[in-house]
Design a protein around this ligand. Sequence first.
Ligand SMILES: NC(=O)c1ccc[n+]([C@@H]2O[C@H](COP(=O)([O-])OP(=O)(O)OC[C@H]3O[C@@H](n4cnc5c(N)ncnc54)[C@H](O)[C@@H]3O)[C@@H](O)[C@H]2O)c1
Ligand SMILES: O=C(O)C[C@H](O)C(=O)O
Length: 332
Amino acid sequence: MTRTPVSPVNVTVTGAAGQIGYALLFRIASGQLLGADVPVRLRLLEITPALKAAEGTAMELDDCAFPLLQGIDITDDANVAFDGTNVGLLVGARPRTKGMERGDLLEANGGIFKPQGKAINDHAADDVKVLVVGNPANTNALIAQAAAPDVPAERFTAMTRLDHNRALTQLAKKTGSTVADIKKLTIWGNHSATQYPDIFHAEISGKNAAQVVNDEKWLADEFIPTVAKRGAAIIDARGASSAASAANAAIDHVHTWVNGTAEGDWASMGIPSDGSYGVPEGIISSFPVTTKDGAYEIVQGLEINEFSRTRIDASVKELSDERDAVRGLGLI
Ligand SMILES: NC(=O)c1ccc[n+]([C@@H]2O[C@H](COP(=O)([O-])OP(=O)(O)OC[C@H]3O[C@@H](n4cnc5c(N)ncnc54)[C@H](O)[C@@H]3O)[C@@H](O)[C@H]2O)c1
Ligand SMILES: O=C(O)C[C@H](O)C(=O)O
């Protein structure tokens, strides 16, 4: 039997020569992002001085002889990188350096994400899906989305899946369960130290996780800070920010978005708020979502207790402040 050739999916990765890029590209090319039967074409976007390093990574990708990899383009031009893109992974960002104020950081990233949003608007495929990984991820996603008025806003998402995965493991360790036993955990808010990992609706082997834990002090003083400050703890231990786990979370995020959540479970994604759960419309905040046929929906009807409300509101306030700051800078 002859199989009908499937046309390749164009996947653009920005910051391709960076740490996360190195941990991500091989997994995309091997089929872990979209599926073992989906051919991909990679577009690597880098700044001019890093093009040579990106070429080195591309040589290694060639040397893996991945059957699904149908081509690699390397460029420093966002208009070329996003031409016909179906999936955009926006990883490259301006890191915060010594003496830099938050406003400076937002402005520097605006200089990256605004033109990339415009390039997506002008050149990407109609079905484009965008995941922003580069920090501050939620507000960078907002900047890119605002620069792409012709693309449906919901196609711009920010990564909180790493936080979700971190929370799964911390909860599994505390309760002597495995991550596979845990369902319906939620990260709310910003990918920052204000994020709120919520176990009140989570289930461990079908039992309510908060009841299994039954220890609000652990929740407030250990679980939440451990998850929320894990990024800083990794930087402290490794001398560099998380890379393999971040790449893994990016793979999980897009795989879930494209292929659907399992029955009886949900995932956490940073998405433009529709006003659900009192989160102001338009900011890109993390919610519990189910996905099906390439689209996501916010899980509705969850009862939010006082403990959760205070924490969700604090993280959402930070996001509203970031939105106001980038608005003030004329970035959205
Ligand atoms: N959302 C999350 O959960 C999460 C987790 C870990 C890291 N991050 C963030 O991901 C980002 C990347 O991390 P990394 O460890 O790969 O950093 P890195 O410094 O190793 O790599 C970043 C790459 O981006 C490139 N770059 C910079 N500006 C660019 C532009 N305008 N266009 C294209 N490429 C550009 C740089 O040349 C560099 O190669 C950082 O902002 C980091 O804070 C987010
Ligand atoms: O790069 C960082 O600042 C940390 C990163 O966002 C992480 O959560 O590991």
